[in-house]
Design a protein around this ligand. Sequence first.
Ligand SMILES: *Cc1c(COP(=O)(O)O)cnc(C)c1O
Length: 500
Amino acid sequence: MIKKVSPHIVQNEPLIFERSSPGKRGYQLPELDVPNVDAEAALGRQNVRGEIEDFPEISEVEAIRHFTRLSTWNYAIDLGLYPLGSCTMKYNPRVNELVARIDGLAWAHPYQPEHLSQGCMEVIAALENALAVITGMDAVTLQPAAGAHGEFTGLLMIRALQEHRGNPRKKILVPDSAHGTNPATASMVGYAVENIESNDRGMVDMDRLSRHVTEDVAGLMITNPNTVGVFEQDIKRITGLLHEKGALVYMDGANMNALVGVARPSDFGIDVMHLNLHKTFSTPHGGGGPGSGAVAVRDILKPFLPGPRLKRESDRWTWDYDLPQSIGRVRSFYGNFGVLVRALAYIMAHGGDGLRRATLDALLNANYIRKKLEAHYEIAYQSPTMHECVFSDDRQARKGVRTGDIAKRLIDYGFHPYTVSFPLIVRGALMIEPTETESKRELDLFADAMISIAQEVEDNPELVLQAPHSTRTSRVDEVTAARKPILRWKSSVRSAQAAD
Ligand SMILES: *Cc1c(COP(=O)(O)O)cnc(C)c1O
């Protein structure tokens, strides 16, 4: 029997092209009160388009309803828990949006003269300073547009320093738990990547690591807490080992949600790191940007930072372009400024104590989820959980139900799925990050849904295997969707006709 959960009003919405009929307009123009000019005569025939092929013709209210209805099909952070791990889908307070829309900030032009841009420059300086305090590092650049871009910037600086020391070296070490961007970045910067296998506690294995650290190694890229949600307890020994051999340590700071206000990467030996401002410091993300991958460095890397750099000259800010050792620009202008404004607003609204409390609440919530679910799902590692917890589908797989099936069933319970099948080193991973803003009530609803699904797997695995049941679209053929995406209306109609 199929249990119907969370019933809602179904407003099935066709494609906008199917709503179209010739001659419908979404606008009304007043009668012409200037001389009528023939467009072809004025512009030249080749510059005038008679019609746009397949352009939908509908009324204004139809256009509004079409998009409003479609918007109700989406799950959103404003509707409920978004438990995607590794992405830190936290709630972003509205006040940050308000601040980012202040006229002087929102309308500032990057070519505006410096004396009219002092406020914006102050925002950049204040944020650089706040992030330096939070990470304990000596300098920060806000140019990179995303985490992966920050990695790229950081490794270019490592390379510049090693070259300056006389040998750029050949390899970057990357633990097997790392996010895919880490090895990709190292490879793009021209390094060979060497993979370090994790141990059974989900941490970097010191013995294996020490065998890999040679004079050929330019640096290690490490995520801490790592992508299995575990703090690398040997981190001081790890950074010590790399430094002994003249190598540097890059930290992927995507998981700073677990450290802000509690631990500073500089204190455990990190040389350079990025922060995903759009994950840890409040910018709505998930739709593809914009983001910010601020990079923080220790003093030895400061000369290599991208330029220009802010400089204080008597009573005003100015841009310093005279940076002989800089790796150069990594992005036009000064970074994604609107994201920077939101990050500074978030940091200042919380204050130091507030940021620390957010971290502790994130850890509390993740550990609460772990405790509630441990009896029903296999926890991947026995090590302490930080801000996210990773389970495997080992128990459910015995009934033929995998992590992707459980995720689909979760949709029937009104939740966005957790992260499916990542990190790759955990077979059938279920990765859950609740973040600090979720209430106990929401966490209990989520845990109850997960426990109920675990029971369904025992009693009636078919129910889970065929989920979701309460959505407009049920299972789609994901492989075909990825390999042969239908991106145009006409071809979709044609292939549907061909199938008939
Ligand atoms: C999100 C993430 C990245 C990449 O950051 P983007 O801003 O998406 O480029 C890198 N590493 C980890 C661990 C991440 O979670």
